[in-house]
Design a protein around this ligand. Structure first.
Ligand code: FES
Length: 113
């Protein structure tokens, strides 16, 4: 999962000609996106540990959601994560981590106001 022009995109399904000129942010580049820190902290606090495929995918997708939505509902979070499929059972902790990330972002915004 990468951000392609800000949108979460399955990189493994893209051909190189489809990304020519696009702004690409990989999971390794998420430090440049401030919202990613809230996502990572929220997932850590809720013990939403995933494998090496899922953790970056969920993190990229949730970062994109927090970039475009200030206060997403749990329903919006679930809809955003609809394309992130895990074969394990971590969905509940992931949702809790996402909700926590939203709260962390809101708290940070409140401090800046
Ligand atoms: Fe990756 Fe479930 S944690 S498949």
């Amino acid at each position: 999962m990468v951000l392609r022009d800000g949108a979460p995109t399955n990189a493994c399904l893209l051909m190189m000609w489809q990304v020519e000129g696009a702004d690409i942010i990989t999971p390794e580049g998420l430090d440049a996106v401030p919202e990613s820190s809230f996502v990572r902290q929220g997932l850590i606090e809720e013990n939403a540990f995933q494998c090496g495929y899922c953790a970056p995918g969920f993190t990229v997708t949730l970062t994109a959601l927090l970039r475009e939505t200030d206060d997403p509902s749990e329903t919006e979070i679930r809809e955003a994560l609809g394309g992130n499929l895990c074969r394990c059972t971590g969905y509940h902790s992931i949702i809790r981590g996402a909700v926590r990330a939203v709260a962390l972002k809101a708290a940070d915004a409140g401090q800046g106001a």
